[in-house]
Design a protein around this ligand. Sequence first.
Ligand SMILES: CC(C)(COP(=O)(O)OP(=O)(O)OC[C@H]1O[C@@H](n2cnc3c(N)ncnc32)[C@H](O)[C@@H]1OP(=O)(O)O)[C@@H](O)C(=O)NCCC(=O)NCCS
Length: 330
Amino acid sequence: MTTSCAIHGLGFHVPERVLTNADLEKMVETSDEWITTRTGIKERRIAAAGTACSDLALGAARKALAAAGLAADDLTHIIVATLTPDAYVPSTACILEYKLGTTRKVAFDLNAACSGFSYALEQARAICCLHPEALVLIIGAEILSTRTNWADRSTCVLFGDGAGAAILGGAARGPGLGRLEDVLLSSDGSIWPMLTVIGGGSMHPYAKGECIGDEFFVHMDGREVYKHAVRNMEAVTEAILAKHGLTFADIDLFIPHQANLRIIEGVTKRFGLPADKVYINVDRYGNTSAASVPIAMAEAYAQGRIPPGARVVVTTFGGGFTWGASLLRF
Ligand SMILES: CC(C)(COP(=O)(O)OP(=O)(O)OC[C@H]1O[C@@H](n2cnc3c(N)ncnc32)[C@H](O)[C@@H]1OP(=O)(O)O)[C@@H](O)C(=O)NCCC(=O)NCCS
């Protein structure tokens, strides 16, 4: 179904503290060389102690609102995509609503792991279809440093903290900066154990006074996740282009989930995309999960990499497994 869903503003926020590969060399048995060749990551941002997911979301939300020339009171919906929420209850979206100084929105969280922003785009599209006057703030925000086992070298080098936001509006809100033309989503729960953060959930609750164990942190079968990420990101990107009768020659900028440079290169090599058509910032932020694509999109827009008329494809992959691709026209 074709819906009118326009992008009105983009913004991102990352913590100030930079954790470099040289810093990690002092924490676990690793090297800048290993991390760079395996992942392309040189540094990542880490939130200060006491920072909540909603604090990073707030920074990104304010920038997106300012870019759109809107006030928080103008919003109708607030959706936060995250796997590291402030709390089980209330939702990070409700806390963000409070921190934005507004009320009486429709606020909720969703968790599709690193694909959360793709899933939030689809939610925004559906809301704009139902309510042409809607103004939906969607945010991917993560503090993965709180769920990282800093003694596990196979995972602690990969992740970073941050938030990215977009404001989408229905037909009654005008054309905005660009249009969200389509979203394709998919999932496969049969292989969920390959990427998990189980501890504290109902499947693995903690008794009062019990110490948290390794299961509190990210666990991943890196090699298997790698294969599935490449395969599914390729397939969903090809599917959305084919659905619209487009080829890669029609795409001005491809923004893939910033998990790992090798995954990005694996996907783009197959597509034959030149480097200037692929946005990459994984070297500076690491994998920020649901925040990765909205940070990259907001940064690319601010850098003038998405001029008027540009056709953009964003593709994500994450735990679940979940994956998705979106087609945008600026
Ligand atoms: C995690 C990942 C970088 C590991 O790369 P890899 O080439 O598969 O490396 P392996 O897992 O085979 O490990 C190779 C060796 O390096 C070691 N190693 C792991 N982490 C290391 C580190 N940070 N520094 C140095 N050595 C490390 C391993 O212990 C292993 O040693 P061994 O052979 O003596 O057992 C890679 O699998 C990957 O990118 N997976 C996808 C991860 C991802 O992006 N997930 C999120 C998707 S949303």
